[in-house]
Design a protein around this ligand. Sequence first.
Ligand code: TYD
Ligand code: MG
Length: 467
Amino acid sequence: MKKAKTVYVCSECDYQSAKWMGRCPGCGSWNTFVEETYESESPAEKSSASRRQAMLARSAGEAEPQPLSSEALPDYLRRSTGIGEFDRVLGGGLVEGSVVLLSGEPGIGKSTLLLQICASLAADRKVLYVSGEESAAQISLRAKRLGIHGGGIYLLTETNVEKILSHAKKLGPDIIIVDSIQTMYHSESGTVPGSITQIRECAGVFINKAKSDGTSVILVGHVNKEGSIAGPKVLEHMVDTVLYFEGESRQNCRVIRAMKNRFGSTNELGVFEMTDAGLREVESPSELLLADRPEGVSGNCAVCVIEGTRPLVGELQALATPTVFPSPRRMSTGIDYNRVSLVLAVLEKRLGLRFSSSDVYINVIGGIKIDETASDAGMALAMISTIRDIPVPDDLICIGEIGLSGEVRAVSRIEQRIREGERLGFSKIAVPSRNLSKSKPQTKQETELIPIKTVFDLLKLLKSPKQ
Ligand code: TYD
Ligand code: MG
């Protein structure tokens, strides 16, 4: 009879120990040990053996050193998925033989997106969609809802990776989609599906498959309650690309962001809108973000940030209310909390505005996250507007980074930002005066460029009472 054995495994670095420990001696992380029960041989031996096997499989044949400039080095073959926003985050399309990990909160739309990708890929390629979460009936119902007829898509509801692989061998698909890696199991691993060892082993199997015969693989990954990908950290090291699908599930805007990409930049965003007929690509996200923006209300200001290669105009909201707490509350949604504190401190010190007796809430409309400092000046203006209770003109957009001395610093790619603002109908564009010192950017005749040098200039931007 096989003896059950308990081992504690670090979810960060895979360190294994016979007893639980608060701090991992391997990587120094705290509270990362998870209990795993094995039915057979020692997991340490087994995992090191399987990793060795994987390494050997990857370097099939004897490798010889070769010059980097060599013509003989293989070039990556990249093919469009037919969904422009997804191609954009991948760096221009899905690379053959690459492994992509797509993760996100439950209900955000991962399965919906992948089914739509399947439909688009199946036009000229064979796709195997493996689901360990839903029945064939559920998937076909969703496909009907999305208007997908399914030619070229092969559906497999299976969780055993060995069986999946043998089906894949027979079918010979160009792309395998696995929804999700946490539901898969390897019969030789001995632990339950979803455990760290299982996830690592199963992912290893799919990665080997991709690297050995050029099949592209997309794995769906669950996230844990802290928002990071459930399972071992090594999973993110093993795959070529890690994508996060995020957004507020109550709102329609969805964003895909690359956390790691061996075949492209990690700056690009893919934006979608969830509709009754599935996910719709949003080529001009600014229009979606500015839809239904309140007009003539204090505390709101339009800002322009660059996400990857694309400028994005969004609305920042600030609200300051008298506090009832001994230490006032500061809350930020969609923007870095530290940046909010910094801008508040600069306004208090340089303009003498008193926020110390107010709770301050900052919100970015549309459920997106802004992490570019070019939104500082807009945030400061929204804060001044709320504390003074005077609205910012609706046709004004404010661009600039704020320094600790209250100076408004120059930002990159100013022309691109101005053009996006003009395209969306903004006629007043406040820009750092340092951006105008060398050359004046080209603008439409009706556009008013307002130079701002310090935070004092922001005060002049508020709507005058006559307006
Ligand atoms: P799903 O793709 O199952 O999310 P995940 O795989 O990330 O858990 O679907 C997410 C939600 O999207 C679901 O609650 C219903 C909604 N939805 C739509 O609004 N429109 C649609 O056309 C579809 C298919 C789903
Ligand atoms: Mg799903």
